[in-house]
Design a protein around this ligand. Sequence first.
Ligand SMILES: [Zn+2]
Length: 198
Amino acid sequence: MFETEDTDDTPPRQRRAFLITSASALAGLALWSWRRPRTVVADSPAKAPKEVTVVRFSDAGTRLTIIKIQQIVKTEDEWRKQLPRNTFDIARHADTEMAFTGQYWNLHDKGLYRCICCGNALFSSDTKFDSGTGWPSFWQPIAEENVAETRDRSFGMVRTAVSCTECDAHLGHVFDDGPAPTGLRYCMNSASLKFVKA
Ligand SMILES: [Zn+2]
């Protein structure tokens, strides 16, 4: 009648094995969580996308809508296949093009500058100015939502790096020695931009 008080009909050995497996799975998860920030290597898998807000613009520069979308996430290999080598190094690995070598530092045409990686609208020629630096320079992004700014402590300097909100492409840096009305100088790499003539 009372042969067993255990309502679980799993044999004890199997249960123990299950518990041990769970414990190692948890330990593995903890190890994975702990190691995750360090795994920024060339062929690491794509990070989980996050939701971002960007403003869409027509090629003529007209502000269209503000939208929430998943940030574009691709693997290193996918970006490498999509972009020329120099662009890949600059846009995906924060390299900097040589001054006076890019295609846009001396361009004065009217139009829109989009992200080379994803097409997100970034700057208008209306805010471009001659900074004398050899890099295309703007005193304001086309919409503050469309660029992200982060502290950059590389090369022993403290700078503010500017990236594309939609795909996290590195664009350049922003400095506070620009002209009126903002006093800002968005110092961009031509390689990270794609000009669309108005
Ligand atoms: Zn982009």
